[in-house]
Design a protein around this ligand. Structure first.
Ligand SMILES: *[C@@H]1O[C@H](CO)[C@@H](O)[C@H](O)[C@H]1NC(C)=O
Ligand SMILES: *[C@@H]1O[C@H](CO)[C@@H](O)[C@H](O)[C@H]1NC(C)=O
Ligand SMILES: *[C@@H]1O[C@H](CO)[C@@H](O)[C@H](O)[C@H]1NC(C)=O
Ligand SMILES: *[C@@H]1O[C@H](CO)[C@@H](O)[C@H](O)[C@H]1NC(C)=O
Length: 381
């Protein structure tokens, strides 16, 4: 038993001063913890001050490349962003920024470029939702050249017009093509299928955040009547029946709802060789807020407009799903865990019919695999 005084001393971490050997350890541990806390608080505080003083952002950087002649050598290297950030740091104070001048407030340039209002649609389906009145819209970000992936979806889950009596609609979102020939092909495809939306940003992996924000903008402005929407990658399987059952369940919220494969407590990747690298200048905190893995997340469609709105206040960075998570945090909306989290799978391994029959999403290896699996699943048993 400890006396009252001993207990008090233990909790304040001062007992080690007494030199009582039996109590040295716990007292010391408490002191170390307290000291560490002070350091952590100081560290976090320092970090949280950084973004406020920086006006530099990656889109800013992207724009700057047009103003400065970045040599081929450098732009091909992994340290390119570092280099560009350096350029920006050196120049933003002296060069009048063409984008910043649009604004009356000295906000981050990035948001003006990630924000969909900076882009316009080249191909659009503005009346599709009015004609279709969908309950659920699938928005598929895809590169312009990925015709095979689009065709596989068109002949499988994208070809369903209604599930459990509710209208569903699938559209593809692409950025700029490589040139006039590719553009012509895309326009032909658009005339044939009427399911392409194209916006005028450079289509690249780095720019996926723009693509997602353009998707949100399209949903908010062209399809406000839809109850739910899903951002779904082009290499995904969707279990339509299971998804619809989830959305129609009486306790599934109709507003401020977003679910999928939850990512908790994820550290920001600072390894410059990684595909997920994010410069500290773009996202200074060491961790992301809880977000949903980008392969496929489903949400009540009120969120599309809210996310676009929130993005005005949230500096953009190149990891689209974590960015959406950051916008949700700004909105004070927490992603929901699905009723059965095992229905949102990254990989299912070798094909087993019964596994596919119970999931909502999973990643596939190729467009052909989607076609094969779909055929097998549709077979009467
Ligand atoms: C940019 O750099 C390349 C190669 O270093 C050079 O040939 C070209 O003239 C430069 N362009 C401008 C606008 O300075
Ligand atoms: C950026 O600037 C810092 C310091 O000014 C320098 O150490 C670093 O090498 C620069 N990075 C690149 C890629 O030029
Ligand atoms: C879509 O389904 C219909 C039948 O509902 C079928 O006639 C059509 O060929 C399918 N489209 C594609 C691209 O597979
Ligand atoms: C991203 O898109 C913007 C707008 O089209 C463009 O200026 C920039 O070069 C793109 N960045 C990359 C890395 O593709």
């Amino acid at each position: 038993m400890h006396t009252e005084e001993e207990k008090r001393n233990c909790t304040t971490g001062t007992i080690w001063l007494k030199g009582e050997m039996g109590h040295v350890k716990p007292g010391f541990v408490v002191l170390v913890i307290l000291t560490s806390l002070v350091f952590i608080i100081a560290y976090v505080y320092d970090f949280s001050l950084m973004p406020v003083t920086h006006t530099l952002t990656w889109f800013n950087i992207a724009k700057q490349t047009k103003l400065y002649n970045v040599s081929e050598e450098l732009s091909g290297k992994k340290n390119v962003w570092n280099f560009l950030i350096n350029q920006t740091i050196q120049t933003t104070t002296t060069v009048e920024n063409p984008i910043a001048s649009v604004s009356t407030e000295p906000k981050s340039i990035l948001q003006y470029i990630a924000h969909p209002s900076n882009y316009h649609f080249i191909l659009d389906e503005p009346d599709k939702c009015r004609q279709w009145d969908p309950f659920l819209v699938f928005m598929v970000p895809v590169a312009p050249h990925q015709v095979e992936a689009r065709n596989a979806i068109r002949s499988t889950w994208g070809n369903e017009s209604s599930v459990q009596g509710k209208a569903v609609l699938t559209l593809f979102l692409v950025g700029l093509t490589g040139g006039p020939e590719a553009q012509q092909k895309l326009e032909e495809e658009s005339r044939q299928h009427r399911d392409l939306v194209q916006s005028n940003f450079v289509d690249s992996y780095f720019n996926l955040t723009i693509k997602t924000m353009v998707i949100m903008d399209w949903l908010a402005t062209r399809c406000p009547q839809a109850s739910y929407a899903m951002k779904i990658d082009s290499d995904m399987y969707i279990g339509l029946e299971n998804l619809m059952s989830l959305l129609l369940a009486p306790n599934t919220p109709r507003e401020n709802y977003i679910t999928g494969y939850l990512m908790w407590d994820r550290p920001v990747v600072r390894n410059k060789n990684s595909k997920w690298y994010v410069a500290e200048e773009l996202y200074p905190e060491p961790k992301y807020p809880t977000y949903l893995l980008g392969m496929g997340y489903v949400f009540s469609n009120d969120l599309s407009g809210k996310i676009v709105e929130a993005s005005k206040k949230v500096k953009a960075f190149n990891i689209e799903d974590a960015y959406v998570g950051t916008c949700l945090k700004q909105l004070g909306i927490a992603p929901s865990s699905p009723p059965d989290p095992s229905q949102f799978r990254a990989y299912l391994g070798q094909y087993k019919r019964e596994d596919f029959l119970r999931v909502i999403t999973t990643i596939l290896g190729s467009p052909q695999q989607l076609i094969d699996i779909w055929k097998d699943l549709k077979k009467p048993t």
